[in-house]
Design a protein around this ligand. Structure first.
Ligand code: HEM
Length: 176
């Protein structure tokens, strides 16, 4: 995989999984690498301590489920639904308090993992827009007054904020 700087190009029309490798085996190996990088970073970097605490001490089960889900979500084989049924992501995340700060920790951890894989930058931007929409829709807690940094699209936040994706620079603005 090569890095490419082309932030003003549109997101690619192919399913993102094609950027993960030229064969299904290679693609799935790289999805596994993405998931492992994501959870290793969450486990080791104190910047993600709040969302790390929401997960079990042993992350093996979390890694496996996220890998199975991401394969299909990225346009590859659907490995999740045959075992676990419809993802119902919002419902499955209800036991975990998710406000804007948890959403943003999750997104920053993900953009780090995508960059380790050295996917083309425009692919990362397209994926992060999709991850943002999904993560934002998962919020189930209002933000403490005055705490929200990034714009909301679902109304769970009590601040209008900016519409931006953590870790991604859009139109010259570094959104953190
Ligand atoms: C918004 C911030 C998010 C937080 C704080 C969060 C947190 C969690 C936690 C604590 C679990 C349970 C792990 C376990 O039981 O081992 C989980 C499971 C999961 N998460 Fe997230 N998550 C977030 C966003 C996302 C997003 C954006 C996606 C997909 C694009 C996603 C996909 C999943 C999947 C597929 C599972 C497994 C569900 C199951 O079958 O039980 N999560 N997440």
């Amino acid at each position: 995989m090569t890095t490419e700087s082309s932030s003003n190009q549109p997101a690619p029309s192919q399913p993102p999984i094609v950027y993960f490798g030229s064969t299904t085996d290679e693609q799935l190996d790289n999805v596994r690498r993405l998931v492992d990088t994501f959870y290793d970073e969450m486990d080791q970097n104190p910047a993600y301590a709040v969302i790390r605490r929401l997960h079990p001490a042993n992350l093996d089960h979390s890694r496996e489920k996220f890998y199975l889900f991401l394969s299909g979500w990225l346009g590859g084989p659907d490995l999740y639904s045959p075992q676990f049924g419809h993802p119902r992501l919002r419902m499955r995340h209800m036991p975990f308090p998710i406000a804007s700060s948890e959403r943003d920790q999750w997104l920053l951890c993900m953009v780090h993992a995508l960059r380790v894989l050295e996917l083309p930058e425009r692919v990362i931007e397209g994926l992060m827009m999709s991850f943002f929409r999904t993560a934002d829709w998962m919020r189930n807690q209002a933000d403490p007054p005055g705490s929200a940094k990034v714009g909301s699209t679902t109304g769970a936040s009590n601040e209008p904020g900016r519409n931006g994706i953590p870790g991604i620079t859009i139109k010259g603005e570094d959104v953190q």
